[in-house]
Write a protein that binds this ligand. Sequence first.
Ligand code: GLN
Length: 506
Amino acid sequence: MSTSKSVLDWNILNIRDNIRSGDISAVEVCQARLDHIANHDHIYNAMTAVFQDEALEQAVAIDQLPSSQKSDRLLLGVPITIKDVICSRGQKTTAASRILKNFRPPYDATVVAHLKQAGAIIIGKTNCDEFAMGSSTEHSAYGTTKNPWDTERSPGGSSGGAAAAVAAQFAPVSIGTDTGGSIRQPAAFCGVVGLKPTYGRVSRYGLLAFASSFDQIGPLTNSVEDAALILQVLAGVDPADATSVAQPVPDYRATLKNDIRGTRIGVPRTMFDHADTSIDRDIIRAYDAALDIFTSAGAELVDITLPHATHAVPTYYLIAPAEASSNLARYDGVRYGLRASPNETANTENNLTAMYDRTRHRGFGSEVKRRIMLGTYALSAGYYDAYYGKAQQVRSLIRLDYDNVFAGDKNTAVDVVAMPTTPTAAFKLGEYAEDPLTMYLGDIFTVSANLTGLPAISIPAGLTNSQLPIGLQLTGRAFNEDFLLNLAHIYEQATPWHDSRPMLKT
Ligand code: GLN
């Protein structure tokens, strides 16, 4: 099989099938992406590392496989980038933090091992907010990533480098992580597909933890079909992650073309009026247009209320920092990465506590420090019940809101909840530099899926008047990714948005 499109436009199946048939070599495919990155990443800064030599070595090995082995690798020769919070053996993994500047993990994350076994080639690591804390990729110790649609704007975050890398065709697939929206919001800002699987669907082993009860790993891609193929490889129980779940993994690609007639789509419009942040007109217009596409395909719209979901942002911003403050205690200058010496800071005392203090002072950036302080406060004796305890109760109420709309008989229950992914399109870099709270409020539509553990996907759903991408988010029942992907695919086939690409600068 061959196609007239540029090799940079090829999706997973184009790449795999052309390598299998011998129409192109894995080395040529890999080299094309590496050259493209070399020509453009000085502008976008989407990558924190490019593994040029190792990637080409792996490509050579793929080309030398006997054809019997080529035919059973689902992702044969597919170049992939991974977010810099996911461990890959011997390769720099920094969490975009100074504290892990030269850290090279001695093992592969389970997802990386799965990708390699499937024949994928890891070509580099993508930039993100430090320890995945942020919504703009401005909180990276290695510089800000720029949005390929407008370099004055943020690509979103925290997986901003991942979304920018897919939008700019550095790779057909980036692996991101989503704790409060970090796959879906950057996907929306960069006009790509982003899927956060159900909590427990994908192993977190080898992911540098931010908030362990929320974190999930998932794909960013140019199409829903590619997201389905990647989930196929990532999903499954893992003995190394006790929170991964032994649910059967369906054939995600096989279910993509199911008829969606009769699907009941929940529309939580009252939430838009009660959100603490205003929603742009362009976003509402695109949302309404998307709902029309679903009704034309035979789905039904059902008005629903999620009474507690308007409290999702404060709930998330208490629990996530609380978990982060505990998870990040391990960066102590003893076990990993940076250790600051007495002459590097004002604190010159020569004892263990002073060493911790110096190392964490120098190693962490301001947003990470803010989260550690917020989280430590919320967990402290005397405030625990009022903050952390209360937030956990509200978390349960939000989960019940979703249980209520998904439960019941087929005349009352909905199959999926549709919302915009974000209240605005990509904002200007620096716009919220002095106003983190407003940036947090922008997570209103994404954090509920993490508080509840439910799967959610963001798909390209239009452009604003100033030609910036808009995302539509679909949230489904637990472990119903196949259903979500099917619905998203039907939408994608009926609309032109996934084919829009930014004009790159050189
Ligand atoms: N924007 C959210 C935060 O800053 C989400 C981050 C994430 O999903 N990793 O916490």
